[in-house]
Ligand binder design. Structure first.
Ligand code: SF4
Length: 331
């Protein structure tokens, strides 16, 4: 159990999207803390609000979206900054991005410009946030490329992103994200775009760097195996809500929310061999514009209680220390 001070405290975060079809809450009153050096995993199917939670923290929500309620409190140097209150295009949030909080994207091509070498791009980030000469920034970039396991970093630093393999590009992206020693690294589906062998290498690299640098990690994924590999705590999201959260060991041993149980049954268990039964969750995530009444999971839930689950959204209940769930079965 990590009892370091809280680094980031998210309270009642609500981010809406606006379109011709209407308005919907992509993130709907979500609260969680990340402590210094802690790894939090956020899991759920596509469209559950995981990535929008990360975009809201960094204030990079797409133009048709807006954080309309809640607080994102960052503790730095004895001060508390509410990121929601900052101008999303202003100097303060630009300084926080990359220096205090940085992000690794699912597809590293999205994080790099194709017309500059990776060295140009990493040194630019270093020089934006740290006072140093061009030569010093290049030295630091080579050092960080070496730390992420990039072969021949003195030469690779002058490569263009398109000239690198998928795995190497992902390492370069992690190097860029770590170049200013952030307090929090957000990784959005960090291994989805690479094959299984590279996936294992990237995960063990991230785990080692997190421990070595003492930074906090927020991993967004649909893959619970990634969470069991990397994370201390887990939050499960469904249609914008934090439906269950717990220490990782507790959640995998003792899942409570029917959605979490469904997610765990829909993936092969690590080390359990090929003959295990995999049961997908029935149906699919509904359109956010047509939310079911009451508990939004009720049309897919094997435990559905008519007249209860379709009437009111369940409140959050703490069923044991740090294990919280939103389900009428536990109210
Ligand atoms: Fe299922 Fe009802 Fe719990 Fe929702 S509240 S997850 S429908 S049992």
């Amino acid at each position: 159990m990590n009892d370091n001070p809280v680094l980031l405290s998210v309270r009642n975060l609500t981010t809406q999207f606006f379109s011709q079809e209407g308005i919907f809450d992509a993130v709907d009153g979500v609260s969680f803390d990340i402590r210094r050096g802690e790894a939090l995993g956020i899991a759920g199917e596509s469209g559950c609000g995981k990535s929008v939670t990360a975009q809201s923290i960094l204030r990079i929500v797409p133009r048709n979206g807006k954080t309309v309620d809640g607080e994102i409190l960052l503790q730095e140097n004895g001060k508390t900054v509410d990121l929601v209150k900052l101008n999303e295009f202003g100097k303060e949030i630009r300084d926080i991005r990359g220096r205090a909080i940085s992000m690794v994207f699912q597809e590293p091509m999205a994080g790099f410009s194709m017309v500059y070498t990776i060295g140009n791009q990493i040194t630019e980030v270093i020089r934006l946030h740290q006072k140093c000469s061009a030569a010093e920034a290049r030295e630091r970039a080579i050092e960080i490329l070496r730390r992420v396991g990039m072969p021949k970093p003195e030469q690779t630093i002058d490569a263009y992103p398109f000239a690198l393999s998928g795995g190497m590009r992902q390492r370069a992206m992690i190097a860029m994200a770590l170049s200013c020693h952030p307090m929090l690294l957000i990784a959005d589906e960090p291994t989805t775009a690479v094959d299984v062998t590279i996936q294992a290498q990237i995960l063990s690299l991230m785990k080692a760097l997190q421990k070595e640098m003492g930074m906090a990690l927020m991993v967004i994924t649909h893959d619970l195996a990634v969470i069991s590999e990397l994370c201390d705590r887990v939050m499960i999201m469904y249609l914008g809500k934090d439906v269950e959260s717990a220490p990782a060991g507790e959640l995998f041993r003792n899942p409570k929310h029917p959605y979490t149980i469904g997610l765990l049954h829909s993936v092969p268990e690590l080390g359990e061999g090929r003959n295990q039964e995999i049961v997908p969750i029935s149906g699919s995530v509904p359109s956010p514009y047509r939310r079911p009444s009451g508990c939004t999971f009720h049309p897919r839930c094997p435990e559905f209680m008519p007249g209860v689950c379709d009437v009111a959204y369940p409140p959050q209940v703490e069923i044991s220390a740090g294990h919280k769930v939103r389900c009428h079965l536990y109210v």
